[in-house]
Design a protein around this ligand. Structure first.
Ligand code: ZN
Ligand code: ZN
Length: 301
């Protein structure tokens, strides 16, 4: 399998000369088999940040009607707000299956339609000509054609699912937004030793479950928004550092790590430095891990 990146940035689009090389669109990935763009005529996309607009234009060149599966990691703006600009959704005959985490207070369909409310957008979701089928997910496993998809809750300030996709030959995994599990009490003692031991045990258990989810994947696309120094001042914001991503990939036996969710303030030169730093960390640990930086329009396999 291969992954083509249409949006690699976190938080907000960052067009301009300092981000032109890696790209300024927000999260959107296209999964493809080795020998084509679709899985038996069906398109597989993860997340609908602003990168999905150009992907939509590209998909219009494929034979119609289009059958599209859109996996949503979570509903933060940088992962869904390209959807109203996704041209295939306006074409009669297109079928789009949208998958995302089950929210108890609001349905996935309401969240998608909400961003097309007249206050924000001139066309309502009800006016989209495509057939939209919503699937609300928990942790588990399901199939799309020949693909096995496994979901796992990640650590982020809203319900977020990581997706592990296998075609029987290779496996790719996208974390979406994720921060390491940590003791929210930090260094402050609650005075209750038993409670502190319980928290430590939960952190350890969740960390091990995550490594099991990552185990032996060929291509891991992982949140690595921060440098280790930046992470220290952004603890609890829901994102990881290059150190976290490299260490998980090594521990889980990953072949290739792709650094993802670039911070809006990081220029192309800073991303080059973060990649060099991550590669050095892996080398220093004696690991044969390939490391790349997610880049718009570039295919990784
Ligand atoms: Zn994000
Ligand atoms: Zn997020």
């Amino acid at each position: 399998m291969r992954i083509k990146f249409w949006g690699v940035r976190g938080s907000i689009p960052t067009p301009g000369p300092t981000t032109a090389r890696y790209g300024g669109n927000t999260t959107c990935l296209q999964l493809m088999p080795d020998d084509g763009e679709t899985f038996g005529g069906e398109v597989l996309i993860i997340d609908a940040g602003t990168g999905i607009r150009e992907l939509g234009l590209e998909l219009m060149k494929l034979p119609k009607p289009l059958k599209i599966h859109l996996l949503i990691t979570h509903t933060h703006m940088d992962h869904i707000n390209g959807f109203p600009f996704f041209i295939p959704a306006f074409i009669p005959g297109t079928e789009i299956d949208i998958y995302g985490p089950l929210h108890y207070e609001k349905r996935l369909e309401e969240i998608f339609a909400g961003q097309m409310d007249y206050s924000y957008f001139p066309i309502s979701a009800a006016q989209l000509a495509a057939g939209l089928n919503y699937h609300e997910l928990n942790e588990g496993e399901f199939e799309i054609g020949p693909l096995k998809i496994q979901t796992h809750y990640m650590n982020h300030p809203v319900l977020t699912l990581g997706y592990r996709v296998s075609d029987g030959t290779s496996t790719v995994l996208f974390t979406g937004d994720h921060e390491q599990y940590f003791d929210i009490m930090g260094d402050e003692s609650s005075g209750d030793d038993e409670e502190e031991d319980d928290v430590k045990a939960i952190v350890e258990q969740q960390s091990q479950r995550l490594i099991a989810f990552f185990r032996d994947v060929d291509l891991l696309v992982c949140d690595a928004a921060y440098t280790p120094g930046e992470y220290e001042t952004h603890r609890g914001w829901g994102h990881s550092s290059t150190d976290h991503a490299v260490d998980w990939a090594i521990e889980a036996g990953v072949k290739t790590l792709v650094l993802f969710h670039h911070e809006p303030v990081h220029s192309d030169e800073q991303l080059d430095e973060m990649e060099a730093y991550a590669r050095k960390r892996a080398r220093d640990k004696g690991a044969a891990l390939n490391i790349h930086t997610a880049t718009e329009k570039i295919i990784f396999s």
